[in-house]
Ligand binder design. Structure first.
Ligand SMILES: Cc1ncc(COP(=O)(O)O)c(C=O)c1O
Length: 445
């Protein structure tokens, strides 16, 4: 237990080293240990730690004007960042779209839920309010975001507080396709939304929210061919909004600005967080397409929602500086090349009897561990395999992101890797080496 700490911790049974400095892909703690940040903390630190120019941009903004309430003023850095994000987004955002800035991912999800509801009010569809989501998913920790999340462990204590608008099947062929081809399975999963919308709650549905590449819950699970296209079609046919939660997968992590751009489908709302300011400032964003903006402009003109710290000048200045850095160093392009190096370094781990899958897209990579490779049978959750792998990798000074539950919400162990885009070949080899050593410790032969 962290004795003498005044911080209410995430886990009272764990010791937390004190982080004092960051340098590129490394975090240095107060006792001088150096940790290789193979998870970008939690898929946050896209440009690496300790980039001095981001701090300088924030200090400069702070010395000009640190805060102006959005009920009275807009700010130049927020305007600039909004325009830049819209230019990175699919075509339906570029001409007439707008951006709502928040202080993080969960606030972005809350904003999208209310935006979807109010959009239908503005459009003369007052019966529509429910946001449909998927069973194995995570969209944030506030109550609205939690109600659309399917992650069983994270929901469990709060179940009585959560409204239920409907969860459909996730799309995770690796454990669920059975005798279907991956493609037939993917389309069947998408059609689960269609089936739901024909049911009793269909007429009250306002939107469907999903992670194009599922991050923490499924360990970088990529949907099968045809899934996202069919989901897009069903949303259009049923006149409900499509919300892409790109809080983890966005801002270049999959080698395109937004993961959904790998499929050429235009969502109505895109949620961004984490990498948008690369951890230098708390920032999230809701990208709102032109059609929704028009409905508000034509209608009441007022979004009944707001946070004191939304569109904060210093945080959006950090977002601009991070985007400058990404552009100057061509880091979106670097994701493709360095992810190939990392995947090649990890590939030999597949031959380990307990490594069942290495999956993902770009620098969002999941490694899953099973008890029996042929049947893909998971370990009993009580064996705590994912956490033990994390600890063993930590002994090699490599930080990973462990999660349980990818099989059915309770069983299944994986770790997520989401290193900074500046990762080099030597660091990539260190990550693979640490995981190999962790496997030897956790599964002694
Ligand atoms: C896909 C996804 N959505 C939403 C969130 C919530 O974001 P935040 O923790 O910034 O509130 C997360 C955080 O892990 C996430 O991965």
């Amino acid at each position: 237990m962290a004795s003498g700490s005044s911080i209410f911790p995430r886990n009272f049974k764990k010791d937390y080293p004190v982080a004092v400095r960051g340098e590129g892909c490394w975090i240095i703690s107060a006792d001088g240990r150096r940790f290789l940040d193979a998870a970008g903390q939690a898929a946050v630190v896209n440009i690496g730690h300790g980039v001095a120019e981001i701090g300088r941009a924030m200090a400069e903004q702070s010395s000009q004007i640190a805060f102006a309430h959005t009920s009275q003023f807009h700010s130049a850095p927020a305007e600039k960042l909004a325009a830049r994000l819209l230019q990175l987004a699919p075509a339906n955002f570029r001409n007439g779209g707008r951006v709502y800035f928040t202080s993080g991912g969960s606030e972005a999800t809350e904003t999208a839920i209310k935006l979807a509801r109010q959009y239908h009010l503005e459009s003369g569809q007052p019966q529509r309010y429910g946001v449909i989501s998927r069973r194995q998913s995570y969209h944030g920790s506030t109550l609205g975001a939690m109600s659309v999340s399917g992650n069983i462990a994270r929901r469990a204590p709060y179940q009585p507080l959560l409204p239920e608008w409907g969860h459909i099947s996730e799309c995770f062929a690796y454990h669920n396709a059975g005798s279907l081809t991956d493609e037939d399975y993917a389309v069947a999963c998408a059609n689960d939304l269609d089936k739901f919308l024909r049911g009793p709650l269909g007429s009250s549905a306002a939107a469907f929210i999903f992670e194009p590449v599922v991050g923490a819950t499924l360990g970088a699970a990529v949907p099968g061919t045809g899934y996202i296209e069919r989901i897009g079609e069903i949303c259009r046919e049923n006149k409900i909004l499509l919300i892409a939660d790109e809080i983890m997968s966005g801002m270049g992590r999959t080698a395109k600005p937004f993961a959904i751009q790998h499929w050429n489908v235009e969502p109505d709302i895109i949620l961004v967080g984490k990498g948008i300011a690369s951890g230098y400032a708390p920032l999230g964003a809701v990208l709102v397409s032109a059609t929704i903006v028009e409905a508000f402009e034509r209608g009441s003109g007022i979004f009944q929602h707001g946070f004191t710290y939304q569109a904060h000048p210093v945080c959006t200045a950090a977002g601009n500086a991070v985007l400058d850095y990404l552009e100057a160093h061509k880091l979106f392009d670097r994701v493709s090349s360095i992810s190939k190096t990392l995947r090649a370094d990890l590939e030999p781990l597949r031959s380990h009897p307990n490594v069942s899958d290495i999956r993902g897209m770009g620098l969002l990579i999941g490694i899953e561990f099973v008890n029996d490779k042929n049947s893909r049978e998971p370990f009993p959750p009580s064996q705590n395999i994912a956490e033990r792998i994390r600890q063993a990798a930590l002994e090699e000074n490599v930080l990973t992101y462990p999660t349980q539950g990818c099989v059915d919400g309770l069983q299944g162990d994986h770790i997520l890797l989401a290193p900074p885009f500046i990762l080099n070949a030597e660091e990539s080899a260190l990550i693979a080496g640490a995981i190999k050593s962790a496997l030897t410790k956790v599964f002694p032969s």
